[in-house]
Design a protein around this ligand. Structure first.
Ligand code: PLP
Length: 377
């Protein structure tokens, strides 16, 4: 080796970290983009264009499964917990108890573990098993109530048990159906929508359970000047909008008979209400999976179903957005399982074919519109 020449290998061996830094020193630098807790990853979820029509109307999916815990509900879990800390209802080392179908529970479990609380989720057999497993994985305690025959949600019973635990232990109960910080947790979502598109949100469609995600987003959109038209979707058999009570398998959205609808369903904020049966909800989710490779949950499927049927009736050039609450990966044993659907009479190839034909008709309308522009026809 010539005098003054550095032996590169020797330098790397002696100073491995410095050598690694030097190796990438020429790359353009931005501020570091590293978070120190999972809750900092909440928000900024993507918009996916599912359909475009020949009139320039777009159907966009706000994919809330890209939040930590894989659901929109972590937004409001964070807001409720932070507010309870500010108000003094939650003190260091405290205990949180809440009835949940799973997504609120995983959100609260995340907030509890990050901030040093214990969390008890009151659940029933209607919940997706993977949501229960996820809560357990994050250290939550689960109290199961019997969902009786038919597997329907035991919303009333879950609520009674949670209230009992709170009264006995002094635990903080967020009460997602009436806590205004549920709806407030979605303000940021409204800002994200307007920041990510160059038009107004003309239609916003979302499944309704507590009402927080749809109503909270709509109210903030309108406060920002949007003229959004809001459609609330519940499972057929849910009583939120006054329909006949019955059983349903969609989880998270809807309220069964006997459940007092909470104050977070802001009827004034919702322009139209719709009911979608399990067959159409699940068939739509499965068609979306085949079309895009993105698996949405059953309530996302229901909201997309409403959107697909609506697109043909909206003014040309509309932007229609569906809030997709969670991912289909939570429902591989149910919505995406042929045997599970068949056993419940929910596997309906004709329903899937109808949705596929509808999507193809929109695709074809784009080709026709392009053709008529080219030929002047
Ligand atoms: C899968 C799923 N979809 C829809 C909803 C309804 O959302 P919200 O309670 O904000 O009305 C929930 C709520 O838990 C849910 O878990």
């Amino acid at each position: 080796m010539a005098l003054g020449q550095v032996d590169t290998q020797e330098y790397v061996n002696a100073h491995p970290r410095a050598a690694a830094r030097d190796a990438v020193a020429h790359l353009p630098r931005r501020r570091e983009n590293v978070v120190r807790s999972a809750s900092e990853l909440i928000g900024s979820t993507p918009l996916l264009e599912l359909i475009r029509t020949g009139t320039g109307t777009r159907l966009l999916l706000k994919l809330e499964q890209f939040n930590p815990t894989g659901s929109a509900k972590v937004r409001m879990a964070r807001e409720m917990v932070l507010q309870a800390e500010r108000s003094g209802e939650l003190r260091p080392g405290g205990h949180i108890v809440e009835p949940t179908s799973g997504n609120t529970g995983t959100g609260l479990a995340l907030m509890a573990l990050e901030r040093g609380y214990t969390f008890t989720a009151v659940v029933d057999g209607h919940a997706a098993v993977d949501k229960l497993r996820a809560m357990k994985a994050m250290g939550a305690q689960l109290v199961s109530v019997d969902s009786g025959t038919g597997g329907g949600p035991s919303t009333v019973e879950r609520r009674r048990i949670a209230a009992e635990i709170a009264a006995r232990t002094g635990a903080y109960r967020p009460d997602q159906h009436n806590n205004p910080h549920n709806n407030a947790g979605y303000r940021e979502l409204a800002h994200e929508l307007l920041a990510d598109i160059d038009t107004d949100v003309d239609y916003l469609i979302g499944a309704v359970g507590t009402g927080g995600s749809l109503c909270g987003t709509v109210e903030e959109l309108r406060r920002l000047g949007s003229r959004v038209h809001a459609l609330g979707v519940e499972p057929m058999g849910s009583i939120i909008f006054g329909g006949a009570a019955g059983g349903y398998w969609q989880t998270g959205a809807g309220s069964p008979a006997g459940f007092p609808v909470g104050g977070n369903v802001k009827y004034d904020a919702i322009d139209e209400d719709c009911r979608v049966g399990d067959i159409d909800a699940f068939a739509t989710a499965r068609v979306v999976a085949r079309r895009t490779g993105i698996l949405v949950g059953g309530t996302g499927g229901a909201a997309i179903h409403v959107a697909l049927r609506r697109l043909v009736h909206v003014p040309a050039g509309s932007t229609v957005i569906v809030l997709v609450c969670d991912a289909g990966e939570k429902y591989l044993d149910t919505v995406y399982d042929d045997d599970w659907l068949r056993e419940r009479g929910l596997l309906d190839r004709a329903a899937q074919q109808r949705i596929i034909r509808l999507c193809r008709a929109y695709d074809e309308s784009v080709r026709l519109a392009a053709y008529s522009v080219r030929t002047g026809a």
